[in-house]
Design a protein. Structure first.
Length: 290
């Protein structure tokens, strides 16, 4: 295994490491593959949103378990040394890749802002985890970038809220007004920037939100979540095929979920479903049997 570049280091107590464009090997190939999926998906966004409910209307995941079984580029990118070794160092254990996604965040007219993942929250999968988020296109404030408070600011905010309200459940979401009683808006950080701008962040220790997308805008990112095998909660996750013998022990372990499920157990292939629905509609409109 190659030695991790020293600059890619996620420190405990900080909870975040920014990664600049060009720092992640293989990004352009993965970006091109994601671009092909986005080209197929964008004409079908209204159809996919109509079939979704709740927070799924805000963010459509264009990846599927079947896709990862057919095309290993995305998994290989998420498990490359430049990403995986800092995760191992931070979690102090060999993790597993819990989720590998291509979320397309959208504006939803009529949905109160903020709703669902647009509100401040902590990820409740575990007390410590790592998320990788990579911008696939240029992202500015109107695109609803991933936005967070560093770990030290988060501790201050949560301590103050506990003094006000008592114990806080990890599944709680918080209003902006509650958070900004104890943090200044200038302390917020956001993942803006060109394609390849990325971040490693502990979503269990840094209050964050995303997907506050303005009308007429969309935001696709490449996302991955790395968890300890002794996680706290089981949430929706990607289901990967058993690892091949060509992988080293660390990557084999990263592809072994503590509780394996069949492909598609948690996550529908929303793009394939929308394409099939559009095809049936076309056949029906031409007067043939659907």
């Amino acid at each position: 295994m190659r030695e991790r570049p020293p600059e890619l280091h996620l420190e405990r107590g900080c909870g975040v490491r920014r990664i600049g464009p060009g720092e992640l090997p293989g990004f352009e190939s993965v970006r091109a593959a994601c671009g092909e999926l986005l080209e197929r998906a964008r004409p079908l966004v209204p159809r996919m949103q109509a079939a979704a409910a709740g927070k799924s209307q805000l963010t459509l995941d264009l990846f599927s378990d079947d896709l990862h079984a057919r095309d290993r580029r995305f998994v290989d990118f998420a498990l490359q040394d430049s990403v995986l070794l800092p995760v191992v160092e931070y979690l102090r254990t060999a993790p597993f890749l819990a989720r590998l996604s291509l979320p397309l965040s959208l504006h939803v007219p009529g949905l109160p802002l903020p709703s669902y993942q647009q509100r401040f929250h902590l990820d409740n999968d575990d007390f410590r985890l790592v998320k990788l988020i990579v911008n696939l296109e240029d992202v500015d404030d109107d695109d609803g970038p991933f936005t967070f408070l560093p770990e030290d600011v988060t501790r201050r905010v949560l301590s103050a809220l506990r003094r006000e309200n008592g114990a806080l459940r990890r599944s709680l979401a918080f209003d902006d007004a509650d958070v900004f009683r104890h943090a200044d808006p200038s302390e917020l950080q956001a993942l803006r920037g060109p394609p390849g701008s990325a971040i490693l962040v502990d979503g269990a220790r840094c209050l964050h939100y995303g997907s506050r997308v303005k009308p007429g805008r969309q935001r696709p990112v490449l996302g991955a979540v790395y968890l300890r095998h002794a996680r706290l909660c089981e949430n929706s996750s990607s289901q990967f095929d058993p690892p091949g013998e060509d992988l080293d022990p660390l990557r084999k372990r990263a592809l072994r979920s503590p509780r394996p499920r069949p492909r598609g157990y948690f996550l529908r292939d929303v793009l394939a479903d929308a394409e099939a629905s559009a095809s049936r509609s076309t056949i029906s409109s031409n007067g043939r049997i659907a």
